[in-house]
Design a protein around this ligand. Structure first.
Ligand code: WTA
Length: 634
C-alpha cells in the first residue's frame, strides 16, 4: 500500500502523487518552471522546438504583428512527418513498434517504425500518382484501422492537408465537409465494425459523393469484405493501388513552411456550418510534442493508449502525431469498449502491457456501471498514469477510475483543451496534487483566466468566462476560408483574449474548475456537436417546419441531444413520426447526432431578430428560472 495519498484539507480532497511517479517525472517542480515560462513564453517554446528536427531554422519564434493571426517559427522549414517517422528510421527506433492495433473481431496487427514509414511512403506515392499536390485537401472517412493512420501521415508527408471526417458521421455531414474543402480525393473503407455489427461506410460515401461531385477519385480500404458498389474510373481498392509498381518504398517528404497547414478539422459551433479549424506543420508539432512529453511523461519504454478516434482532435494529436513524434509505442483499438464483454478494455491493457491510458469521462462512466469485478479480474499493474479529456469528469467517476482502474497508484491527468487549441492547455503534470473534477493549472507558456462580463478577472469561487491570454504555438491559425469568423467568434468579446466558449471558476489555489459550455455547443459522449447541424438535418425532413436542438444532462453521456420540432401545417404529431425523425437525423448526420428525444411544439422562444433562444428551452426543460426575457418573442 502507498502511504496516505489522500489528504482532506478542509472538506477538499487532494491526491498526492506516489513517490515513484515523482522520481521518474520529467518535471519535478511545476511552479518555478511555470513562472519562468510565463516570463518568457517564446524561450520556453523555442527550447522545445530545438528538441525536434527542422530543414531550416526559424527567423522569428513568434510573429505577433497582426493579432489574432499569430504565427510561430516563421521562416522555418519542416514537415511533421519528418519528425514523426523519417528521423526515427535513422535510429535504433527503426525496429521498435510504432503501432499495435487490435480489431474488434480480435485480430492484431503491428507496425514497427520501419514498417509504418514504408507503408506511408508507398501510400504517399499512390496519392502523388493520382495527382494530389501540395495544398490539395484530401478528405478521409474511415473506421479505426491502421490504414486511417497511414492515410493521414501520407497526406501530411506530401503537404496535402487532410480533412478527416469521423466515421460515426453520415451523409450530409460528410458531403458538406467535402464541399467546403473542395476535395478531389476521398479515402474511405468498405465498412467498419462497431459492437459486432458492420457499418456501411462506402454506401454513405457514395451518397455523399452523389451530393458533392467534386470527388474525382475514391480510394477504398477493405475492412469488412462486405458487398459494395465500385464505380469504374472513380473508385479504387487501397490494396490494389499499394501493390502497383509505382509504389516503391521511398518517397521524398515535402519541405513545408512552418506555417503551412498540416490539416483542417471541422468542429461545431453554436451557429452555422461546422468550422474548418486550421493547424500547422510547425507550431502544432511543437505544442503536441511538448504537452505529451511533460503531461504523460512519455518515454521510450511506454505503451501508450489514447482510446479516442483518430477522427477527432484527440486522435489527431495524441494517437497519430504526438506519440510518433516522441518515438513511442501506441496502441489503437477498433471497436466498442464493452464488446463482447465489459472487460474488453481491461483485457487489452493486461495483454499489451499498457502503461498510460487516456480516455473520456463518458467511457469511464459507461464501464463503471458494470461494476468492479470486470476490472479486478485483470492484472492492470502495468499502468502508471491515467488521463481524461472531453468534458468535466464528475468526482464519482474520477474516484472509481483512480481506485479501481488505477489501484490508487496512477495519477489522473485531466486535460482541458479544444479542437481549436490543438493540444493540452489546462492540465496537471504527474507531480501535481490533484483535486477530482479540476483540470488544475495551465500548461507552460500559457496564461488562462476566468473573467466576468466586463472581462475583469473573477475572484476565486465566482463563475465566469474561461479565456486564454497568451498566444501559443498549437492555437488554430484561422477558420478555413473564413478568417472573419475566426476573429469575431473567438477574439471579439474580450479584447486581446481568446474566448473558449466554456464557463469555469478558479479556486483559492488557482486551480481551474471547468463547468461546461457557455454557448449552445452540445458535448455528449465526448462528442462535440452544434445545434444548428441537428436542426438543419431535422428541417430537411418534409414534415418539419422548424426545429431547435439543445443538450440536457444525461447520466452516462454527460449531455444528450433533445429536439423541439414544429411540424408543417397538416402534419399530425405521433410517436412513429418522432422515431422517423430521429432516424432521419441519424441518416443525415450520423448516429452520434440522433436526438435522444423529440418533442412536438407549436412555437419556439425566439429573439426579435428571429434567433432561437436555446437557453430558455434548456431552462424550461430543467425547471429552472428562464432568466432575462426582455428580448423574447414566441
Ligand atoms: C470540453 C476535445 C472539462 C470543453 C479535446 C471544451 C473539457 C470542449 C475537458 C472542446 C476537460 C474538453 N474538462 N471540459 N478536461 N476537455 N472539454 O473541440 O467544453 O471536441 O470547450 O476538443 O470539450 O471539445 P473538442
Amino acid at each position: 500500500m502507498e502511504e496516505a495519498v489522500i489528504s482532506q484539507e478542509g472538506t477538499e480532497e487532494i491526491y498526492y502523487p506516489p513517490p515513484d511517479v515523482v522520481s521518474q517525472a520529467h518535471i519535478k517542480d511545476y511552479q518555478s518552471l511555470y513562472e519562468e515560462s510565463i516570463r518568457d513564453p517564446q524561450a520556453f517554446w523555442e527550447a522545445r522546438a530545438r528538441e525536434l528536427e527542422w530543414y531550416r531554422e526559424w527567423d522569428q519564434v513568434l510573429d505577433d504583428s497582426s493579432p489574432p493571426f499569430f504565427k510561430w517559427f516563421t521562416g522555418a522549414r519542416t514537415n511533421i512527418v519528418h519528425n514523426a517517422l523519417d528521423r526515427h528510421v535513422k535510429t535504433y527506433r527503426k525496429n521498435k513498434l510504432a503501432l499495435i492495433w487490435e480489431g474488434e473481431t480480435g485480430e492484431t496487427r503491428t507496425f514497427s517504425y520501419f514498417a509504418l514509414h514504408r507503408e506511408v511512403c508507398k501510400f504517399a506515392n499512390v496519392l502523388r500518382s493520382m495527382g494530389v499536390k501540395k495544398g490539395d485537401i484530401v478528405t478521409i472517412y474511415m473506421p479505426r484501422i491502421p490504414e486511417m493512420v497511414i492515410a493521414m501521415l501520407a497526406c501530411a508527408k506530401i503537404g496535402a492537408p487532410h480533412s478527416v471526417v469521423y466515421g460515426g458521421f453520415s451523409v450530409e455531414a460528410l458531403a458538406e465537409r467535402i464541399e467546403d474543402a473542395e476535395s478531389r480525393v476521398l479515402i474511405t473503407a468498405d465498412g467498419g465494425y462497431m459492437r459486432g455489427k458492420t457499418v456501411g461506410l462506402k454506401d454513405i460515401a457514395d451518397e455523399a459523393m452523389a451530393r458533392q461531385p467534386t470527388i474525382e477519385s475514391c480510394i477504398v480500404a477493405r475492412r469488412t469484405g462486405q458487398e459494395i458498389y465500385m464505380e469504374p474510373g472513380r473508385d479504387y481498392w487501397y490494396h490494389e493501388l499499394m501493390s502497383l509498381p509505382i509504389t516503391n518504398n521511398s518517397c521524398q517528404t515535402e519541405e513545408m513552411d512552418s506555417e503551412d497547414p498540416v490539416f483542417i478539422l471541422y468542429t461545431s459551433g453554436t451557429t452555422g456550418r461546422p468550422k474548418g479549424v486550421v493547424h500547422t506543420h510547425g507550431g502544432y508539432m511543437v505544442h503536441i510534442y511538448a504537452t505529451l512529453k511533460y503531461v504523460f511523461d512519455l518515454k521510450d519504454e511506454d505503451r501508450w493508449w489514447c482510446a479516442a478516434d483518430p477522427g477527432w482532435i484527440t486522435g489527431h494529436s495524441y494517437i497519430v502525431y504526438g506519440p510518433l513524434i516522441l518515438g513511442a509505442t501506441s496502441f489503437m483499438y477498433e471497436g466498442a469498449p464493452n464488446y463482447p464483454y465489459p472487460n474488453r478494455w481491461w483485457r487489452m491493457v493486461e495483454n499489451y502491457g499498457i502503461t498510460v491510458l487516456y480516455t473520456a469521462p463518458t467511457a469511464i462512466r459507461g464501464l463503471m456501471r458494470y461494476g468492479d469485478a470486470w476490472v479486478r479480474r485483470h492484472d492492470l499493474s502495468s499502468l502508471r498514469l491515467l488521463g481524461s479529456v472531453g468534458e468535466p469528469i464528475n468526482p464519482e467517476a474520477w474516484r472509481w477510475y483512480y481506485s479501481v482502474v488505477g489501484r490508487e497508484n496512477c495519477p489522473i491527468m485531466d486535460t482541458w483543451w479544444q479542437t481549436e487549441t490543438g493540444g493540452f492547455v489546462i492540465t496537471p503534470l504527474p507531480v501535481t496534487p490533484l483535486k477530482p473534477g479540476s483540470a488544475t493549472r495551465p500548461f507552460f507558456g500559457i496564461e488562462v483566466d476566468v473573467v466576468n462580463e466586463q472581462g475583469e478577472s473573477a475572484p476565486p469561487g465566482e463563475e465566469g468566462y474561461l479565456v486564454i491570454k497568451t498566444p501559443f504555438p498549437g492555437m488554430m491559425r484561422t477558420i478555413y476560408k473564413d478568417p472573419e469568423r475566426f476573429k469575431t467568434q473567438y477574439w471579439s468579446k474580450f479584447p486581446g483574449m481568446y474566448q473558449t466558449g466554456d464557463s469555469a471558476r478558479k479556486d483559492k489555489d488557482g486551480y481551474i474548475w471547468v463547468i461546461g459550455r457557455m454557448d449552445d455547443v452540445i458535448k455528449g459522449s465526448g462528442y462535440r456537436r452544434g445545434p444548428a447541424e441537428v436542426e438543419s438535418a431535422l428541417v430537411s425532413h418534409p414534415a418539419v417546419a422548424e426545429a431547435a436542438a439543445i443538450g440536457l444532462p444525461h447520466d452516462l453521456k454527460g449531455n444528450a441531444i433533445h429536439a423541439f420540432v414544429i411540424l408543417r401545417q397538416g402534419v399530425e404529431p405521433s410517436d412513429k413520426l418522432a422515431e422517423e425523425l430521429r432516424a432521419h437525423v441519424g441518416h443525415e448526420m450520423g448516429p452520434i447526432a440522433r436526438p435522444e428525444d423529440i418533442k412536438f411544439v407549436d412555437s419556439l422562444p425566439k429573439t426579435r431578430s428571429g434567433k432561437i433562444m436555446r437557453r430558455v428551452l434548456r431552462a424550461r426543460a430543467l425547471g429552472q428560472p428562464e432568466g432575462d426575457l426582455t428580448t423574447i418573442e414566441e
